[in-house]
Design a protein around this ligand. Structure first.
Ligand SMILES: [Zn+2]
Length: 194
């Protein structure tokens, strides 16, 4: 499910403002630290009882979030691949920060609307993990270098790379990416490790 250009822009703006408000200055951004700054509690599947973990793994393989007594929790599959875990946590942070209440409470919503909220959370995660402006600024010219520099999976890198290639053909969009606020608040740290 695609969102409108305006909706994608708003998500990027929202993600950037969130990082700015939290005083985050380094790229790649640490999702664990961000969750902590937001007061979100992280729970690993491996901390659940084996029975619960088994059950949850079958229905929600990556992770989910919920609100309990005014606190937000993200449960995630800590046995998954490192890049997948990071994407899951950013995706869940997005649901919480974008106030996707129906996702957090598991309310019944139409498939269409659910797909829209999922796409919004995916875009938020992708944008924070790999903002196109860094691809231009760091001079990254292939998927492998992007994956390496941003600490993301090859498939995510490939997604963003293709978007950048397309955008590069249009001077107005290229200009807009170059001037992204996110590159003004974050500085690339090549030694970042998670
Ligand atoms: Zn989701």
């Amino acid at each position: 499910m695609r969102l409108t250009g305006y909706e994608y822009d708003k998500i990027e703006e929202f993600a950037t403002d969130m990082l700015d408000d939290l005083g985050i200055k380094e790229f790649p951004v640490d999702c664990f630290k961000t969750a902590e700054l937001l007061g979100i509690k992280l729970k690993r599947y491996s901390d659940l009882t084996p029975y619960d973990a088994d059950f949850i793994l079958k229905i929600i393989p990556d992770g989910f979030s919920l609100k309990k007594a005014r606190s937000f929790y993200i449960y995630f599959n800590d046995m998954a691949d490192k890049n997948r875990i990071k994407f899951t946590i950013w995706h869940e942070i997005a649901h919480i920060q974008l106030s996707h209440d129906q996702i957090l409470t598991g309310d019944n919503i139409s498939d269409n609307y659910k797909a829209k909220l999922e796409e919004a959370a995916n875009h938020f995660a992708q944008y924070i993990m790999c903002p196109p402006v860094f691809i231009y600024k760091l001079g990254l010219t292939n998927e492998l270098d992007i994956a390496e520099a941003c600490g993301i999976s090859y498939s995510l890198a490939s997604n963003v790379y293709n978007r950048c290639l397309k955008a590069y053909r249009f001077p107005i969009i290229r200009e807009k990416i170059y001037n992204s606020k996110i590159a003004k608040i974050l500085t690339y740290n090549p030694f970042f490790q998670t």
